[in-house]
Design a binder for this molecule. Structure first.
Ligand code: GLC
Length: 566
């Protein structure tokens, strides 16, 4: 189906980012070109051809700005400079050029809920310099913490500053003080930064934790039962919509219609997403939501059993919001989550099958698919032998809390292996060479144990290549109006083994049917007879079977088939 059909399906709101597949690069772990054990921008440039072969349309680059790396770049000390470990501004410009030469767009990360404590603003603010005194949230500490809020990283949300003799707010690490968005000067600084990067030719931003930028007036106490105490006073806060509208007008300005803004929104539901992607504010085009990656998690780090019908219900609600005018990023992995393959699939027994089934399942929904580095070769979670294997500050804080509660590492190790962010941050496994071909010296974070079998070279040489399957899937979506804009309808929502759905539109004479077996067993699936068709042609399948009629089909473990029904 070419472009004319796309025009049929969507009459007026066609956008490049609704038709694009994004690839997320975590620069520290992607590819190291200078052998210091840390990934870098020239290392990314070496792999642009690889991204092109995969067929992606855009790259989301996690922060590469100057940063002391307390939270791996999410603590920025200079928003207009590249971290020297990663290269130079010239390298960055070259990357942009190389990507654009291949029609791949570049999205940068905008981290402006907080800065680094090493940023000149914070240094001046600590010194109470007039201009900057009010750039952050300062409160007197005469009677201890100003309120009971907790950070997202399992610590109090306030730290005392000896110099200013006051507490400052940080919803993440103490090295990430929260910027005071109520100060118009702060907002003007942010909009300048946005403008500066847009002038450099980028194609949009992923807005880090953007729905916590507005804190309730007076910073009151929070509900002690909340997972992170205080969230009701800063998630989707009172001025969020105004701030986003300003960001759109003064920040994105003349670029607004060409670029994309992708908002990471914690604790957001579909109804609120509709507000932030259009109804009440114009600052966000697309929401990164979390409900589907939280199904297996109780509060904190505890595992919870879940059922496929719950996943269906979460996804169906989000698909309904998309139908109403919201837009979402479709992902099962990123740098903050354990590997989706370990969470939803079975990398031990069915690596190829479950990696490709999950890809099919995800990409068929309505929204913009995101591939997280390494996902396209089936990388999975890793093991942590001792606390010294934990790099992530959140994991380190959690371990500290567990240790203080009297736990041994052995007792809680499983929590890190299941949920730890380090799982997805290990170096990309390029080959079976030492350090997985990522670097010539010991990487900053250990390489996965399985790198000799699971690596790009081996995968691409195999006749069951996950990479090859991803590229076919991306190709199927490319220019396909029905998949980008057609409606979504779940089939047999009560089935707890097979996840099936239709994608269709009144103006198109065929439809797609996705059928995905989420189990390691053979499952039978029967299409309800309300689904009418004359011919069923499988257009993509992860296992070698291209004939079965979906009216009644036996699906092998993790089998996925996409049918075109006419
Ligand atoms: C976002 C980032 C995460 C970071 C946090 C604080 O959730 O994705 O990596 O730790 O914000 O900036």
């Amino acid at each position: 189906m070419g472009n004319s059909a796309t025009t049929d399906v969507v009459s007026n709101n066609r956008e490049w980012w609704k038709e694009a597949v994004f690839y997320q690069i975590y620069p520290r772990s992607f590819n190291d070109s200078d052998g210091d054990g840390v990934g870098d921008i020239p290392g990314i440039i070496e792999k642009v051809a690889y991204l092109d072969e995969l067929g992606v349309d855009a790259v989301w680059l996690n922060p590469v700005y100057k940063s002391p790396q307390a939270d791996n770049g999410y603590d920025i000390s200079d928003y207009r400079a590249v971290n020297p470990e990663y290269g130079s501004m010239e390298d960055w410009s070259r990357l942009l050029e190389e990507l654009h030469d291949r029609d791949i767009r570049l999205i940068m990360d905008l981290v402006v809920n907080h800065s680094s404590d090493q940023h000149v603003w914070f240094r001046e603010s600590r010194a109470s310099t007039d201009e900057y005194a009010d750039y952050y949230y300062w409160r007197s500490g005469d009677s201890g913490y100003p309120n009971n809020w907790e950070s997202y990283f399992d610590t109090p949300a306030w730290s005392y500053d000896e110099k200013r003799e006051e507490y400052y707010l940080h919803l993440f690490t103490a090295e990430q003080p929260d910027l005071n968005w109520r100060n118009p000067d702060v907002r003007a600084e942010v909009f300048d930064i946005v403008d500066w990067w847009l002038d450099h030719g980028i194609d949009g931003f992923r807005l880090d934790v953007i729905n916590v930028i507005s804190k309730a007036v007076g910073l009151p106490d929070g509900d002690p039962d909340a997972e992170h105490v205080g969230t009701e006073h800063f998630i989707n806060g009172p001025d969020l919509h105004d701030y986003l509208n300003e960001l759109s007008g003064e920040g994105f300005g003349e670029y607004r219609d060409e670029v994309v803004s992708i908002g990471e929104c914690s604790n957001i539901d579909p109804e609120t997403a509709l507000d932030v992607t259009g109804r009440e504010s114009d600052g966000i085009d697309m929401t990164i939501f979390f409900e589907h990656v939280e199904l297996d998690r109780e509060e904190g780090w505890q595992h919870r059993e879940w059922d496929l019908t719950e996943l269906k219900s979460v996804m169906a609600d989000w698909q309904a919001a998309v139908e109403e005018g919201a837009w979402v990023s479709l992902y099962h992995s990123n740098h903050d989550q354990p590997r989706g393959l370990s969470r939803f699939g079975d990398p031990d027994q069915f690596r190829y099958e479950s990696a490709t089934m999950l890809a099919t399942w995800l990409h068929g929904h309505k929204g913009s698919p995101f591939v997280y580095q390494g996902e396209e070769i089936g990388m999975s979670n890793v093991t942590f032998e001792s606390p010294s294997d934990l790099d992530d500050i959140w994991a380190q804080n959690h371990w500290e809390n567990e240790r203080e509660a009297g736990k041994s590492f052995e007792e809680v190790r499983g929590e890190f292996e299941r949920f730890g962010r380090d799982n997805s941050r290990t170096p990309v496994q390029w080959s079976d060479e030492e350090y997985a071909g990522f670097s010539t010296s010991e990487p900053w974070l250990g390489v996965g144990d399985d790198y000799e079998e699971v690596n790009v070279e081996a995968d691409r040489a195999s006749d069951r290549s996950v990479f090859e399957f991803y590229s076919e899937l991306i190709e199927l979506r490319s220019g396909n109006g029905l998949l980008s804009y057609g409606g979504f309808e779940m089939v047999r929502p009560e089935d707890s083994s097979v996840y099936a759905y239709r994608r269709r539109h009144d103006s198109v004479d065929h439809e797609y049917l996705f059928v995905c077996n989420f189990t390691g067993d053979t499952e039978s699936f029967e299409l309800p007879d309300t689904v009418e068709y004359e011919t069923a042609e499988p257009v993509l399948a992860n296992l070698n079977k291209l004939a079965a009629d979906p009216a009644a089909v036996e699906l092998r473990p993790y089998e996925a088939i996409v049918y075109e029904l006419s």
